[in-house]
Design a protein around this ligand. Sequence first.
Ligand code: DHB
Length: 472
Amino acid sequence: MKCKIILPSVIFAFLFINTSCSQQKRPLNFDTYNFLEEAITVKTSSGEKQVIYKAYLHIPYVSNPVDTDYQSLNVYVPVSVNGSPINPSNAPILFDIAVGGFMSVNNAKVKEPSYRGDLALAAGYVVIAPGCRGWDNCSPDRKYYGKAPAAIVDLKSAIRYIRHNKRKIPGNNEHIISVGCSAGGALSALLGASANNPLFAPYLEEIGAADASDHVFAVACYSPITDLEYADMAYEWMFGSTPTESGLVNQRLSEQLQKGFSEYQLSLSLQGRNSFGTLTAENYRDYLTTYYLIPSLTKFLNEREEAQREKYLQRNTWITWENGSPSFEFDDYVKHVGRLKGLPAFDDFGKGQPEPLLFGNETTDARHFTDFSLRQISQNRDAEVEEDVKQLVNMMNAFYFLKNGEGKIAKHWWLRNGARDNHTSQTVMINLVTMLENMKKSVNSWIFWDGDHCADHDPEGFIEWIKNITTD
Ligand code: DHB
């Protein structure tokens, strides 16, 4: 009896001394035994699938976390599909990023996979859903702790954690596929473009990320909100003469931004398909129409029954349909889409959009991140964004890393947008597609006709694509 009483107190005293003296960091070992077994029914085009899976919930992925509600992840591992056992040991790993609006993802609240995650489980893949910090994170003493680059630092740490535990977490850690939409799409692209870049090293070290590589094999982005430094210019290129609900934006300022877009687009020197030549502000309408919008509309119209198609064409008289081929004027298409945001669309003068909030710091909620907005606000023609903000803007932009072409850039890219998305200019994603095509990456791109922001009209196509790129 004595012993039983003494032993725990000895152990307790030892643990206490040990943790308080050496400030022990959290271990980063994945506990293979701590899971719940769950069942779901997944609707697929080949019928309903009964999936049994293991859910390992809320696992901190860094050893020195700022907030484990956010810096934790869930692992979902398929056990059986329709009663047939699954061996997940070599399965692809879908890294499912739920970030929207560059805001935090609270992993403590997530208990189940997303619909995309369900489909992946039904295909026998491992699914990992990471939480991460975002611009909205604020401590009780009013310190912001999720401003840029916190989200990407956390996601890289989660990838490192997976690799650090490669013998314990089922799945092939050389087949990690990241996916996200909008801000999540931007972060997914950033993972694929900036693997192991030294710019992130001090941040990763600070939170105690595992010492492992953070590259991903493949990237999927739906409606990526990226290239933020140039996004205001691109937005005016597309929507400058389209009124918002409260009328036209300031045309003088819009033209200034459009001029910036012309210069920027030229500086990228991107080469269109089939010897189209360099993409410019002048020929981009033609390029988008020929290579993306017409194929998308053609598919859309051909998939419809005659009566349905006729009805659609009667409601959209700006489209001409002759001998099975549609045509339209780009300006009419833009009118059909409509303008969502004011001017500037991202670095807005009131700093209320997600992007100035993203580039705040510990004590400042929002900061301008473009010279244009800073100059307008300060009425100083020479004002320039501070170096530290410039650096953060680069660190949040896949283009910055792709342009430099260093490191291990993801091999395979799946890029999707809705034709009616008005959250950013269509040129943003198509520039990304074209840059990757010019780099000879394997790129699968499509614009869904009449799809909105984050549209996904082909979720099973994505699952199939993963199968194709991960089986030789
Ligand atoms: C998202 C949408 C936006 O319009 C934006 O500026 C940033 C992010 C989003 O849906 O994640």
